[in-house]
Design a protein. Structure first.
Length: 677
């Protein structure tokens, strides 16, 4: 059994002894490592192989070559869009691209594991879904993968401005290492006079436009008791509430990516996925933030109940907001336990609805298929959950199998499907059946419905016989209601009122499946529109001033921000007016957290300076904004009042040497010449 504390196993660092299933020329000698690894070539300069053999290029006017990129640092990211650890690397790449916009070129080399992932349109959808703006090449035949000797998803290869391989990393968690290496390569190229800075011309893919009412909805939850649908409008970073017949009831979240708690229109999510209802509370797997959020459906407030905001793994059990999570993807409730499909850790976790504690439930932490006791069993990126009260059913996506956990004793079994490289599209009993990266399950009347995502189908398993059969879908992607109905990578299912509700992810719609006879329709949600770019309440006030702050080195651990805004001489805080500040963490930032109660503070008695606590990790990197709005009046003349808003933008990196534990953000407000209207 793998020890639980060695859990930085890259999701897709897999044994490639079976790689012949993927490519006739792929290496058969690869091994896997339980930790992210680095390989720096020590045998002397090795010329980087050219980027030849790609089937298509994306986000660029045409194919790229290393020869044409001489003078720039090039970072190759070997990835597959199924792989959770590949997705964890994307924020690192965005942060590095933002830091070195003219010296660094990132190229995604998409070397697909699954058959569906080799399709150009599917890759195009993934690029849009994950907002990837650097060039990507479809390495469908593993030509570039083999040329660079890649052994794992993800693998990162760094190339010097002179065109030589400098270093190679496997797995996630290398942002700080890459940043150090890139800075050294840039400095060396400057010294040699070989650096050629300049931005690369791009031609971004337009798939998945942002003005759709729903954008890449990942999950759907039907609450039979209230006849309400909760739809994870994943790429709009919000939750949509609708009636079963398509009337919009409410939306939760401003539409901006972030982690703010508060009222519906103020709160933020980041790529939310699975949900579950417990009375007046909706629980949300806030996947991109590595959090579990709780929505009070009566008071219309959002709070964080589990997770620190950092991508962490382990087998700890403790108070919810003290324990780090790793890409929670789906939720299911049994009695007073909220089960969590912890995709990034290849485990199932549990959250106690009464005590607020969270921790491990099943899965040894390695990636694979192994049945047995909870501490022996292996999962591989579990992404869908459902329960009938006796068993917890798991869509175990990377092994393309459906698992079951006995809720009485925790024993894990395989209900149907294959293994890491045993995927396909075949009906049959139990292990003779084949799926392709299933992401969702729903149970009803001794049947388990499966969102067979990469086969673009809805399948059904007879829970008495374990026989798998097709329900709907031809196996081809598309949007069609007439039989045979077509889906496009459906990601979520929920059963209620004798109907099956489907999150048809790449079609950007919710679908409804009715039975006897079987009929499929698109759920038309009345008066639902895409969120407009929302200006936060502080932003809407006049006289905002952007305050740029130099990049800061912050000492890992706990620290303080001293926010000090000084009133003009002869002015006082406006009686009865609310003063406010909030902290907003920029997309792609990792390793920086602020306690929920300090993220946004408003009050008539709020006075400055204030102290805002934070925590930063050793490999933290990114940026955050501190926005403060002050309303003040001239002493002795209450009719002469003004509002000033400052936005402090703070880029940072976690550094033990020379770092700060206290950061002061200070501004003197000049005396206004005119009152507010």
């Amino acid at each position: 059994m793998r020890r639980m504390k060695r859990l930085r196993l890259p999701c897709c660092i897999m044994l490639l002894a079976l790689a012949a299933l993927l490519s006739p020329t792929a290496s058969r000698t690869a091994t896997s490592s339980p930790m992210p690894t680095r390989s720096t070539l020590q045998m002397g300069p090795v010329r980087a192989p050219e980027l030849e053999g790609g089937a298509e290029w994306f986000n660029t006017p045409g194919p790229l070559s290393l020869a044409a990129l001489r003078g720039k640092v090039v970072l190759l990211d070997f990835w597959s869009y199924c792989c959770i650890n590949c997705l964890h690397v994307i924020p690192d790449l965005k942060a590095l691209e933002a830091k070195y916009p003219e010296e660094l070129v990132v190229i995604g080399v998409h070397s697909a594991k699954f058959t569906n992932e080799k399709d150009a349109n599917s890759i195009r959808q993934a690029i849009a879904r994950y907002d990837i703006q650097h060039p990507v090449v479809n390495d469908a035949n593993f030509a570039i993968w083999n040329a660079y000797g890649a052994r794992a998803w993800p693998t990162l290869a760094l190339i010097t401005p002179d065109g030589y391989v400098a270093s190679r990393y496997a797995g996630e968690g290398h942002r700080e290492d890459l940043d150090r290496d890139i800075a050294a390569l840039i400095a060396e190229a400057k010294r040699k006079g070989t650096l050629k800075p300049g931005r690369l011309e791009t031609a971004l893919e337009l798939s998945g436009e942002t003005d759709r009412p729903l954008r890449f909805p990942g999950k759907i939850y039907a609450d039979a008791a209230s006849r309400r649908l909760f739809i994870a409008d994943t790429n709009h970073h919000r939750i949509v509430i609708a009636s079963f017949d398509g009337v919009t009831l409410d939306t939760i979240g401003s539409g901006a990516a972030g982690a703010r708690n508060g009222p519906y229109d103020f709160a933020e999510f980041r790529y939310p996925q699975g949900m579950a209802v417990d009375g007046d509370f909706l629980y949300v797997a806030d996947t991109g933030n590595h959090l579990i959020r709780r929505v009070n459906l009566k008071t219309k407030e959002v709070e964080t109940v589990a997770g620190t905001g950092k991508n962490e793994r382990g087998n700890q059990m403790g108070p919810g907001t003290s324990i780090g999570l790793s890409s929670p993807w789906d939720l299911a409730i049994h009695e007073r336990t909220l089960f969590i499909a912890m995709a990034g850790a290849h485990q199932i976790w549990q959250y106690n609805l009464d005590t607020g504690t969270v921790g491990w439930y099943a899965g040894a932490g390695g990636e694979g298929r192994r049945d047995g006791a909870p501490d022996v069993a292996l999962f591989a990126q579990p992404s869908g959950l459902a329960t009938d009260g006796k068993r917890l059913y798991v869509a175990d996506s990377e092994i393309s199998a459906i698992r079951a956990i006995d809720l009485a004793n925790g024993q894990v079994t395989t209900l149907a499907g294959g293994d890491l490289f045993d995927f396909g599209d075949a009906n049959g009993k139990g292990e003779n059946a084949r799926f392709q990266h299933p992401l969702g399950v729903a149970v009803a009347e001794r049947r388990l419905y499966v969102a067979d995502t990469y086969n673009h189908k809805i399948r059904v398993i007879d829970l008495r016989t374990r026989f798998v059969s097709n329900l709907i879908g031809s196996g081809k992607p598309g949007l069609q209601n007439d039989m045979p109905a077509l889906f496009y990578e459906p990601g979520g299912l929920s059963y209620a009122d004798g109907k099956l509700f489907v999150a048809d992810t790449n079609n950007h719609v919710a679908r409804v499946v009715e039975f006897e006879p079987t009929r499929v329709s698109v759920l038309l949600i009345d008066k639902l529109a895409a969120p407009t770019p929302v200006k936060r309440k502080a932003d809407a006030l006049p006289n905002e001033e952007q305050v740029g702050v130099p990049a800061q080195r912050l000492t890992p651990g706990a620290g303080e921000i001293i926010l000090d805004v000084k009133l003009p001489p002869g002015f006082k805080y406006a009686p009865g007016a609310e003063q406010r500040y909030f902290v907003s963490v920029e997309a792609g930032t990792e390793g920086f957290t602020v306690p929920a109660k300090a993220m946004a503070v408003t009050g008539e008695k709020l006075r400055f300076p204030v102290t805002i606590p934070y925590a930063v990790t050793a490999n933290g990197m990114g940026a955050f904004d501190v926005v403060v709005s002050v309303t003040y009046c001239k002493e002795g003349n209450a009719g002469f009042c003004a509002v000033t808003t400052y936005r402090f933008h703070v880029p940072f990196i976690g550094r033990a040497k020379g770092g700060l534990k206290r950061l002061t953000l200070q501004k003197q407000i000049p005396a206004p010449t005119q009152p507010i209207p």
